[in-house]
Design a protein around this ligand. Structure first.
Ligand code: 5RP
Length: 189
């Protein structure tokens, strides 16, 4: 099983002394250190949310890099080092899903379905229990079709409920506040 961690500006600020973050360089240093720390603690993936203040009210990466229609930047994310790129299926986020998925297949090997288990936009929300059935339905459909994608679950995942989503068939978990809000990342892992 892979575990992965969401990294966004809120989580970085949440686990640091906000007043100590001044310049962009300092902020970049905090991001760097935090990523290094969760990697050392044993996380397998770093999950970075690109949230642009349109599909959801929040902005994760900061106004300087704010964008609309992030799916149009897929090649840039890959060039920047992303191994996996996932997009929202809602048309209000990804305007032309078919085109974007085709583009993903041309740019990289894509084999992951992400099920959101909170309303997207903010970390620290409560896990939506009804999504457990969605995960098991998806796993069953995959078995029936003879495919085996990563099934990633994102939102409200904690050490207390992780077993449920794993039992339902997920094999990649995003944990934001559960990990970045803890003093000891490895223990939460
Ligand atoms: O993508 C999200 C919101 O848009 C995630 O749900 C969230 O950021 C993950 O954090 P947490 O584990 O605290 O729910």
């Amino acid at each position: 099983m892979h575990s992965c961690y969401q990294l966004n500006q809120n989580h970085i600020l949440g686990c640091s002394n906000e007043s100590s973050i001044g310049s962009e360089d300092e902020e970049e240093g905090v991001v760097h250190e935090t990523v290094k720390a969760v990697e050392l603690a044993g996380c397998d993936w770093i999950h970075v949310d690109v949230i642009d203040g349109r599909f959801v009210p929040n902005i994760t990466l900061g106004p300087l890099v704010m964008m609309v229609e992030p799916d149009q930047r897929v090649p840039d994310f890959i060039k920047a080092g992303a191994d996996i790129v996932s997009v929202h299926c809602e048309q209000s986020s990804t305007i032309h899903l078919h085109r974007t998925v085709n583009q993903l297949f041309m740019e990289a090997v894509v084999n992951l379905v992400l099920i959101m288990s909170v309303n997207p936009g903010f970390g620290g929300q409560r896990f939506i229990e009804s999504q457990v059935k969605k995960i098991s339905d998806l796993r069953r459909m995959c078995v029936e079709k003879g495919v085996n994608p990563w099934i990633e679950v994102d939102g409200g995942v904690t050490p207390k409920n992780a077993y449920k989503v794993i039992e339902a068939g997920a094999n990649a978990l995003v944990a934001g506040s559960a990990v970045f809000g803890a003093k000891d990342y490895a223990e939460k892992l």
